[in-house]
Write a protein that binds this ligand. Structure first.
Ligand SMILES: NC(=O)c1ccc[n+]([C@@H]2O[C@H](COP(=O)([O-])OP(=O)(O)OC[C@H]3O[C@@H](n4cnc5c(N)ncnc54)[C@H](OP(=O)(O)O)[C@@H]3O)[C@@H](O)[C@H]2O)c1
Length: 324
C-alpha cells in the first residue's frame, strides 16, 4: 500500500510517498481502508519533533481517519468487515490502510460522509471538552474564540452556539470572519485590522467575555486575558502562533478569573465515560443539523505535504482532509 512517511525530522518537504507493507490486524485490532484522513495542526508539529509525542522514525503521520473495516483481529466483537468507522489513531492516518485498536474506532452514524467524519472527532471533542466540561459554559454567556476559522476554533464557535451562548469570533482576515458568521458567530473581530482589546470592548460593551477559547497563544494571549470579564474562564487550547505566553498573575486576581488547561487526548484516555458522553452529545447535535462541519479542502495522498504547508501558512479554514 502507499503511505506518506516521515523518515527524518523536518518540514513537510521532507515527507516521502512510499510503498510499504499492508498492515495485518493483531488481536483486538481491525484494519481500516482509509477513505479520508483529517489534517490537524499537531501533524505539522509532530514531523518537526515539536510535539509532545515523538514517535520513532520512520513513521506515518496523520492523527485521525475515517474508512471501512476490511479485516478484524481476534477478540473484536463490536466491529465487522464493511463497517464504516472513524478513529483517532495519533499517527498512521496518511496511508491507504491502517491497523488500529478496535476500541479506538467509532461507527459512523448513517448520513455522515467520510470527509466530515475524518475531521470531526479531534476538533469537536476538544472544543466540547473545553466548553462543556472545563469552562461549564452557560446559555446566555459570551464566548470569545481566537483563531476562530481554524479547525478547533470553528468547532468551538458551533458548539458554543449549540449551547446557547453569544459568540464573538476573532480571526486574521475578513474572509475568515465571514466564514465564522456563516457558522453561527454573532460578532467578529478581524485582529489583523483592529486592535484585539478594542474589538473586545466594542463587542462586549466593555464587560469582557465570560469565556475565552485560545488555540493560538503567542501575542494575542495577554491582551485577551486583560479583557476577560469578571469570573472569566480562559481556556488554554494550543499555541498555533508558536510562542507559549506568560501572564502576570495579578491579572487573574483582578478579574477573579481562572486559567483553565484543556488536554482532550488525556481526558479521553483517563475518563472514557466522559468521552462517550462527549461523542454522544456531539453526534446528536450533528445529526440534528446544529453542527455543520466545514471541509474546505480535499488533497490526494501525494499532496499531503502541501496540505501541511497550507495549514502552517494559515491558509486553511475549518477542516481539510487527505483522500487516499
Ligand atoms: N488542547 C488540546 O487538547 C488540543 C487538541 C487539538 C488541537 N490543539 C491545538 O490547537 C491549535 C489549533 O489546531 P487546529 O488543528 O485547529 O489548527 P488550524 O486549523 O491551523 O487553526 C489554527 C489557527 O491559529 C491561527 N494562527 C495564528 N497564528 C498562527 C501561525 N503562526 N500559524 C498557524 N496558525 C496560526 C490561525 O487563525 P488566524 O489566521 O485567523 O489567526 C489558524 O486558523 C494547535 O496548537 C493544536 O496543537 C489542542
Amino acid at each position: 500500500m502507499r503511505a506518506i512517511q516521515c523518515v527524518e525530522w523536518g518540514g513537510p518537504e521532507l515527507l516521502q510517498l512510499n510503498d510499504v507493507a499492508s498492515p495485518v490486524a493483531k488481536p483486538g485490532e481491525v484494519v481500516v481502508r482509509t477513505r479520508a484522513a483529517g489534517v490537524n495542526f499537531p501533524d505539522v508539529l509532530i514531523i518537526q519533533k515539536k510535539y509532545q509525542m515523538q514517535p520513532p522514525l520512520p513513521f506515518i503521520p496523520g492523527a485521525e481517519i475515517s474508512g471501512d473495516v476490511i479485516a478484524v483481529g481476534e477478540n473484536v466483537t463490536h466491529l465487522a468487515v464493511g463497517d464504516p468507522v472513524l478513529a483517532l489513531c495519533s499517527i498512521g492516518g496518511f496511508a491507504e490502510e491502517i491497523a488500529i485498536e478496535a476500541a479506538r474506532c467509532v461507527k459512523i452514524p448513517p448520513g455522515i460522509g467520510y470527509d466530515v467524519a475524518a475531521g470531526f472527532m479531534l476538533a469537536y471533542a476538544t472544543s466540547w471538552h473545553a466548553l462543556v466540561d472545563r469552562a461549564a459554559l452557560q446559555a446566555g454567556e459570551t464566548v470569545l474564540v481566537l483563531g476562530a476559522a481554524g479547525g478547533v476554533g470553528l468547532a468551538a464557535v458551533e458548539i458554543a452556539k449549540a449551547m446557547g451562548a453569544r459568540v464573538i469570533a476573532a480571526a486574521s482576515s475578513d474572509e475568515k470572519c465571514e466564514i465564522c458568521r456563516a457558522h453561527g458567530a454573532d460578532e467578529t473581530i478581524n485582529y489583523s485590522a483592529e486592535d484585539l482589546r478594542e474589538g473586545i470592548k466594542r463587542t462586549t460593551g466593555g464587560a469582557g467575555p465570560n469565556v475565552i477559547y485560545d488555540p493560538v497563544g503567542g501575542k494575542y494571549a495577554e491582551p485577551a486575558f486583560r479583557s476577560i470579564g469578571w469570573r472569566g474562564r480562559y481556556l488554554v487550547i494550543g499555541f498555533a502562533d508558536g510562542g507559549i505566553p506568560a501572564l502576570p498573575w495579578n491579572l487573574a486576581l483582578l478579574k477573579g478569573a481562572s486559567l483553565v488547561g484543556v488536554f482532550w487526548g488525556e481526558f479521553a484516555r483517563r475518563e472514557p465515560k466522559g468521552q462517550i458522553r462527549c461523542m454522544t452529545e456531539l453526534f446528536g447535535w450533528l445529526l440534528a443539523g446544529q453542527l455543520k462541519p466545514l471541509v474546505s479542502g480535499h488533497y490526494q495522498l501525494a499532496d499531503a505535504p502541501q496540505a501541511l504547508v497550507d495549514m502552517a501558512a494559515r491558509k486553511v479554514t475549518g477542516k481539510i482532509v487527505i483522500t487516499p
